[in-house]
Design a protein around this ligand. Structure first.
Ligand code: DOR
Length: 449
């Protein structure tokens, strides 16, 4: 009889695993949802095997910024369709944003999302609580609720009604609680002052003129100063400019930084000419010089994580004349294929991609038991074929919005399987089983039951 410690529920054989040691040609044994063996495991027995020869096994990709629109705007997306897109794209976990309708401001709002996700989410998940004047004093309690990824603040209006643009309110938010606060940094007063630029032009190519670098930099400087004053840790979302990247490199003791595949892949003016309002997002896609600075931030370590900022709107909504057209693009399903193409083009290493999409999230948000291929960790994996050449097409997109800005693009490298807690959830573009994603747990926060 095989000793119990040499018996696996699932044995992943013959692949190249991206572990903390680098690239290792090892087998991975999974039991009860955890990694229980790493190495040459030919002597093990297993209920199921996964032949990973020729494939790379990444720690499960965690997308730390998605908007899934449930409740209230489920014609654009819901938790089921959003997480379905995630696992089809090789993503094993998501942090979802609070600008739904109603906004996620209370324990009841958060619990309603968790209750829906309990039967509809294909992947692991956590939800942000919105920080605003109405709940500032309750955030210390709210951010510690099970299934909460922390507090998110919109300093500038984007999509939905969530806004905290006043320094007094921002300070109250930062003084309530301890976890890292995620910030959308665009300066509301400056955006309002300059909106006329967009209104009189009516041309989406002026989106980065209206929402200019100064709008982003001003808000980033304000919140970093408030972070220093209050001693609070900050996470600045979707950095879009060279100036912010330079500024933030001087504040890495307290501040972490997110970059987006959209900003690293698309550039103005070409994207606006080709895609029109489909390329409209906040903060805007800027020109190639800014994009080069973002890549520099990826290379020099200023950037901690990538998020997709998956922000679906229907094609009909996007067809409204600018600036009535809503800002946002889908992205959760294309995050990994697009970044694998950047790896193929030599813009970053596969090791750095792992750091930006799983290890980084675990490190800066304190996700328990995820983000590493190591003994005792959850058996969440994004299995990729670096040799695959595939075309991204709208019909592959699971989002209710039904489109991607990358329709027609050929990429090298493709997620061919998604495994969550030792279960194969997606294989060869096909979903397996039923939605069984669970809330993620965080160090120092009581876990969800
Ligand atoms: O372009 C954006 N769309 N940026 C945001 O900050 C919000 C998002 C949305 O929810 O549509």
């Amino acid at each position: 009889m095989t000793a119990p410690e040499r018996r696996a529920d699932l044995l992943i054989q013959g692949g190249t695993a991206m572990t903390p040691n680098g690239r290792e040609g090892i087998d991975i044994a999974c039991r009860d949802g955890k990694i229980v063996g790493l190495g040459d495991l030919r002597a093990w027995t297993a209920a199921e095997t996964f032949d990973a020869r020729g494939l790379h096994i990444l720690p499960g990709v965690i997308d730390s910024q998605v908007h899934f629109r449930e409740p209230g705007l489920t014609h654009k997306e819901d938790i089921e369709s959003g997480t379905r897109g995630a696992v089809l794209g090789g993503v094993t976990g998501v942090f979802e944003m609070p600008n739904t309708n109603p906004l996620t401001l209370t324990a009841a709002d958060l619990n309603a999302k968790l209750a829906s996700a309990a039967h509809s989410a294909w992947c692991e998940h956590a939800f942000y609580i919105g920080g605003s004047a109405v709940n500032a004093e309750h955030l210390a309690e709210l951010e510690n609720l099970p299934g909460c990824s922390g507090v998110k603040v919109f300093m500038g209006s984007s999509f939905g009604d969530l806004l905290a643009d006043d320094d007094g309110v921002l300070e109250r938010i930062l003084r309530s609680g301890q976890r890292r606060v995620a910030i959308h940094a665009e300066d509301e007063a400056r955006l309002k002052e300059r909106k006329e630029i967009a209104q009189s032009s009516g041309a989406v190519r002026d989106h980065p003129v209206w929402r200019d670098v100064e709008s982003a930099l001003k808000a980033t400087r304000r919140i970093v100063a408030l972070g220093q004053k209050t001693g609070r840790l900050l996470h600045i979302l979707h950095i879009s400019s060279a100036e912010e990247m330079r500024f933030l490199a001087g504040h890495k003791q307290r501040v972490t930084v997110e970059a987006l595949p959209h900003h690293l892949t698309l550039s103005a003016p070409e994207c606006y000419e080709r895609l029109g309002t489909l390329a409209q997002m906040n903060p805007p896609v800027r020109d190639a010089a800014h994009q080069a600075a973002l890549w520099e931030g990826v290379r020099d370590g200023t950037v901690d994580v990538l998020g997709s900022d998956h922000a679906p709107h229907t094609l009909e909504e996007k067809a409204q004349p600018y600036p009535q057209s809503p800002s946002g693009m889908t992205g959760v399903q294309t995050l990994l294929p697009i970044m694998l193409e950047h790896v193929h083009q030599g813009r970053l290493s596969l090791e750095r991609l792992v750091d930006l999409t799983s290890a980084g999230q675990a490190r800066i948000f304190g996700i328990a038991g995820k983000g590493r291929i190591a003994l005792g960790y959850d058996a969440d994996f994004s299995v990729v074929d670096l040799q695959a050449e595939r075309r991204i097409e709208n019909r592959w997109i699971a989002s209710r919005a039904n489109w991607t800005p990358y329709d027609g693009m050929t990429v090298h490298g493709w997620p061919i399987a998604t495994l969550i807690r030792g279960r194969v959830v997606m294989r060869d573009d096909t979903l397996m089983g039923k939605p069984a994603g669970r809330p993620m747990a965080f160090w120092g926060v009581r876990p969800h039951r």
